[in-house]
Ligand binder design. Structure first.
Ligand SMILES: NC(=O)c1ccc[n+]([C@@H]2O[C@H](COP(=O)([O-])OP(=O)(O)OC[C@H]3O[C@@H](n4cnc5c(N)ncnc54)[C@H](OP(=O)(O)O)[C@@H]3O)[C@@H](O)[C@H]2O)c1
Length: 264
């Protein structure tokens, strides 16, 4: 049985049907304890657990041979990369070890000790997993195209002009979420991939301006929030809204860091 923690998310909801289509028994683990529409009837069971609450994780992994971590704490009330992507994943790895399961950890392109807040948190979780002694695979994925399309669509509102934080001209490695789900499903089902870090390729390099144009009426130009304003928000919002401040800092990174995938 494969326990998919984060099975309700964008990736998880694409992954679960791919796994069940192969005949695998699948459990979905989430904080909500219910399922998005399309998953009803497909899975063996649904377990309510929170990776920030280690005591909830024994039930999440009980009976599983493999646990997939498809969670993140980049956005959302009361979560952070540190609490979910680092410490939450550490607790999940420890629970999997106690329950006799292996772990497939979904991580991010560029995870490392000198990356941004999310890349550092994922890296620490990766390091814990690699040292755990249990069967493991890390899958590092570029940005999901559909997420950024949705973010821009939501920002457009009734006026129909998406809002881009920053200049919007930095090429960013992106991949469709179905390709990531397919790759994670393949990793789950192939024991020869244990003990490896799998770096998924990008489909394309896209600027946020190009992405905004692709979801807007022809000739519509996005609105831009100038970088200095985004920088100020990233600092000023810290005490009042750490999540919004984090989004602003992520936007600066997306607008300025070298994020192009060679050959995509
Ligand atoms: N989005 C991207 O561009 C991108 C790029 C590279 C890698 N990734 C990685 O791909 C994976 C999936 O990302 P996604 O974009 O599909 O995420 P998503 O749609 O935002 O879903 C996040 C999932 O994490 C679960 N979750 C969040 N906090 C949790 C907690 N404290 N305890 C238990 N579950 C929790 C949520 O479940 P409930 O809300 O139901 O509890 C949800 O199923 C993540 O590991 C992410 O880091 C994403």
């Amino acid at each position: 049985m494969i326990s998919v923690v984060g099975g309700t998310g964008r990736l998880g909801a694409a992954l679960v049907p791919m796994l069940t289509a192969t005949g695998a028994e699948v459990r979905v683990v989430s904080r909500r304890g219910d399922l998005p529409g399309g998953l009803g009837g497909l899975v063996r069971d649904v377990v309510r657990a929170d990776v920030r609450e280690p005591a909830s994780l024994a039930a999440a992994v009980a009976g599983a041979e493999l646990v997939v971590s498809a969670v993140h704490g980049l956005t959302g009330r009361g979560v952070s990369p540190e609490s979910v992507d680092h410490r939450g994943n550490v607790a999940l790895v420890d629970a999997a070890r106690a329950g006799g399961a292996g772990v497939v950890l979904v991580s991010v392109r560029g995870a490392g000790p000198a990356g941004n807040e999310l890349q550092r948190a994922k890296w620490r979780a990766e390091e814990h997993l690699r040292a755990s002694g249990i069967p493991w695979t890390v899958v590092r994925a570029p940005a999901y195209l559909e997420l950024w399309q949705d973010v821009l669509r939501r920002s457009a509102g009734r006026g129909g002009r998406p809002v881009v934080l920053g200049r919007g001209v930095n090429p960013i490695a992106m991949v469709g979420v179905d390709a990531v789900a397919r790759a994670v499903a393949d990793v789950c089902l192939d024991d020869r991939l244990r003990g490896r870090v799998v770096d998924l390729p990008a489909d394309q390099n896209l600027t946020l301006d190009a992405l905004a144009a692709s979801i807007s009426a022809s000739g519509t130009r996005p609105r831009h929030v100038p970088l200095p304003v985004v920088r100020a928000l990233g600092q000023l919002l810290r005490p009042v809204s750490p999540g919004a401040a984090r989004v602003a800092r992520l936007a600066i990174w997306m607008d300025t860091a070298p994020l192009q995938a060679p050959g995509a």
